[in-house]
Ligand binder design. Structure first.
Ligand code: COA
Length: 249
């Protein structure tokens, strides 16, 4: 467990707040493990009706910690990042995300697995996997072309083009874009608390039905992407790009 993830309980809502501001909430192995464990516990705790994943009103997350990518890259499906991915994919409770500022890499792809996503209009989302010598992850190579069409998904995944919270809402990646980071966080909390007023079993069954048709396929894609991503992390292309980032900072 790490204090870079703040866990807070408010009635039936479990909030998981990314809290590593000096590194733009970049996610370490310890943070993935903590998130994975918290999602698993929320899933089995009958007192929890929803989970909220958030950062600060200034920054969601800069994605995977780049030093970790070099020093302790994931080695397979038993790595913390995959536990996080699979526990989010399998979570039977509704998961709400509140996003402001930067949401890079897995900071964007995790949103594809949340049930409701509230963003600030000026949030900056980006998936620079290819730019870093890597490849798409967390089901994004399948989900984004389906959601946006191949033509737009190619710009986002092959060029790593950034886009705003406003665009994310227009494209259906986010539920709603709000005027400020504070407004996005507050709306997400308000909506997540609404699950306390709904019949929990009906919510659970409805989410299951909404996700059922694609769950196995997405899991397979996550595993295929993960195997290639893990190989790419050791490639000369990726090592040059990742060490370049470290040297610039
Ligand atoms: N991993 C590790 N450290 C990171 C990081 C990451 N993914 N992203 C940012 N940081 C660190 C920087 O090294 C810097 O640390 P330092 O002050 O000790 O030098 C600190 O966070 C602030 O980053 P900085 O780049 O100065 O902030 P910014 O506001 O100018 O830009 C981002 C914010 C998120 C746009 C930019 O940091 C960025 O692009 N990060 C890399 C994102 C990325 O490629 N993630 C991997 C995706 S697969």
């Amino acid at each position: 467990m790490t204090d870079a993830i703040e866990v807070e309980r408010e009635r039936g809502l479990l909030t998981l707040r990314l809290n590593r501001p000096d590194k733009k909430n970049a996610l370490t192995r310890a943070m993935y493990s903590h998130l994975a464990e918290a999602l698993k516990q929320a899933d089995s705790d009958p007192g929890i009706n929803a989970v909220l994943i958030t950062g600060s009103a200034e920054c969601f997350t800069a994605g995977n910690d780049i030093a970790d990518f070099i020093q302790q890259p994931p080695s397979g499906l038993d790595s913390p990042v995959f536990h996080f991915m699979l526990n989010l994919l399998e979570c039977r409770k509704p998961v709400v995300a509140a996003v402001a500022g930067a949401a890079v890499g897995i900071g964007t792809t995790m949103l594809l697995h949340c049930d409701l996503v509230y963003v600030s209009r000026d949030a900056r989302l980006r998936m620079p996997f290819v730019n870093l010598g890597l490849c798409p992850e967390f089901g994004s190579s399948m989900i984004l072309p389906r959601l946006l069409g191949q033509a737009r998904a190619a710009e986002l995944l092959l060029f790593g083009e950034g886009f705003s919270g406003e665009q994310a809402a227009q494209w259906g990646i986010a539920t709603e874009a709000l005027g400020s980071g504070e407004a996005a966080l507050s709306k997400a909390r308000e909506m997540a608390l609404r699950f306390d007023e709904l019949p929990a079993e009906a919510v659970r069954i409805s989410k299951q039905l909404m996700k059922a048709s694609d769950r196995e396929l997405i899991r397979k894609v996550i595993e295929e992407e993960g195997a290639l991503f893990t190989q790419r992390l050791r490639s000369p292309e990726a090592l040059a790009a990742l060490t370049g980032f470290i040297k610039r900072h």
